[in-house]
Design a protein around this ligand. Structure first.
Ligand code: GYE
Length: 326
């Protein structure tokens, strides 16, 4: 069945508006800095094609917007992210942004940023905190919707024939927002359509090697399952390699749905290794720099700025791949 790409616009227009920030919102933003805005950014790591494209997007957008970027790559280490944020506070940057590797453990360093009068913007992922005033805006995709779509497309694939479909799930980093919310969305949808059941889960930590290891463990524990929901392309392609070695033809005997829509993911669709890929665009650099400029030049900064979601199949992947920038 030829599916068209399905576009679900983020709720970019929703969410409270923040025009600068007054004391009662926790930040008393100073006027625009005399020179270029200095932004301190802490990146999660280099774990996937998505992350590399995200880094490039942020660095290019800072250059294009003439924002002085202090950039640190934490290589997956929360302690290093906290140290980088502290170094930006010590350096008295104008604004801090970061993609939190996990959701918990940020309150103390963000309270120090607020005490220093430095606004914080979250990109890509979220934090778990009782004090939402610790950050002024968050920019990223609706991961729950991505999980909803992954389940919906997988269920539709079995619309004829099988009444019950057993799924194994390969997760990203535990306690990271995309890992938690993609599972939440997938679970919400399958609880309504009643055809799919997740029988087992294993963490693959966003990498291809992690996906291979997770798939081997799942194969050892489960002889009988139909499909794989891998939370990013790298883990899905790792799972496909292990399934092929085990004689379970990925894309047919075992259907696979993933998230991200990197070049490798779209190629996997064209090669028949994957069945559906839900896009989660990493290209949020421009959204971040616009929010940063608006913070200091009186523009309106949304509390939540969402990116678009598109679902690819092998046909739309072939159309999109030639122009793909990541
Ligand atoms: O899906 C994965 C990356 O936070 C949305 O992290 C991002 C996720 C993405 O490693 O490839």
């Amino acid at each position: 069945m030829h599916r068209r790409s399905f576009v679900l616009l983020g709720a970019a227009g929703l969410g409270s508006m923040i025009s600068g920030c007054s004391d009662d919102e926790g930040f008393d933003l100073k006027n625009a800095p005399s020179g270029p805005i200095v932004l301190g950014f802490s990146q999660v790591g280099s774990e996937s094609g998505w992350r590399l494209a995200n880094t490039k997007s942020i660095q290019k957008a800072a250059e294009y917007n003439r924002i002085e970027l202090k950039f640190d790559n934490a290589e997956g280490d929360q302690k290093r992210q906290i140290a980088a944020i502290q170094s930006y506070i010590d350096a008295r940057v104008n604004v801090i942004a970061f993609s939190p590797v996990v959701e918990s453990g940020w309150d103390e360093v963000l309270q120090r940023a607020r005490a220093a009068g430095i606004p914080v913007v979250l990109t890509d992922r979220l934090i778990k905190t009782a004090d939402e005033s610790l950050y002024v805006s968050s920019i990223g995709a609706d991961f729950v919707a991505e999980g909803n779509l992954a389940a919906a497309y997988l269920a539709n694939d079995y619309s004829s024939g099988k009444n019950s479909v057993k799924v194994v799930e390969i997760l990203g980093t535990p306690d990271s927002t995309p890992a938690k919310q993609r599972t939440q969305g997938f679970t919400e949808t399958i609880s309504k359509e009643k055809k799919l059941t997740v029988i087992d889960r294993e963490a693959g930590n966003w990498t291809k090697a992690g996906g291979e290891t997770a798939m081997r463990k799942l194969l050892r524990r489960n002889k009988d399952f139909d499909a794989v929901f891998a939370q990013n392309d790298e883990m899905g392609l790792g799972a496909a390699a292990v399934l092929a070695d085990a004689g379970r033809e990925p894309g047919s005997t075992s259907r696979i749905v993933t998230v991200d829509a990197t070049k490798a993911g779209l190629q996997g669709l064209i090669d028949g290794k994957l069945n559906y890929v839900v896009e989660c665009s990493p290209l949020i650099g421009e959204l971040l720099m616009k929010a940063v400029v608006d913070l200091f030049y009186g523009g309106k900064v949304l509390r939540r700025i969402s990116s678009e979601i598109v679902v690819f199949d092998k046909f739309s992947a072939a159309t999109a791949l030639p122009d793909r920038t990541y």
